[in-house]
Design a binder for this molecule. Sequence first.
Ligand code: HEC
Length: 99
Amino acid sequence: MKKSLAITLLLAGTLGAVSAQAIDTKARFMAANCAYCHGPEGKSRGAIPSLAGLEQKYFVEQMKAFRDGSRPATVMQKHAMGYTDAEFEQLGAWFSAIK
Ligand code: HEC
């Protein structure tokens, strides 16, 4: 009885770690699409704003505003169209964690 509980907890812990890593990999993959303009790791070297260190809440709000057209954009509406709210959250978490 005790042993099976231990195994269950062990499994739960392992699965948790795997899914967190999967999200991480997905966020990294999505963020790579932004690097061409916003710089590697979201650190821009030009006129385009950096994404690194932006607050997640601010980031998600801007992406939604680009997508629905309430924030005027040259290219960002096209990019924002391709992502879901959940993906904005993941991207926001990813960029906000970069120092
Ligand atoms: C082709 C170049 C290009 C690509 C690729 C691109 N962006 Fe942008 N981004 C811009 C430009 C230019 C702006 C300024 C607003 C505008 O003119 O569209 C901007 C603005 C932003 C802003 C607002 C920043 C602020 O400080 O308010 C966010 C957030 C953003 N981009 C996120 C992203 C994300 C996330 C991706 C990848 C999914 C991405 N961008 C891909 C060019 C790009």
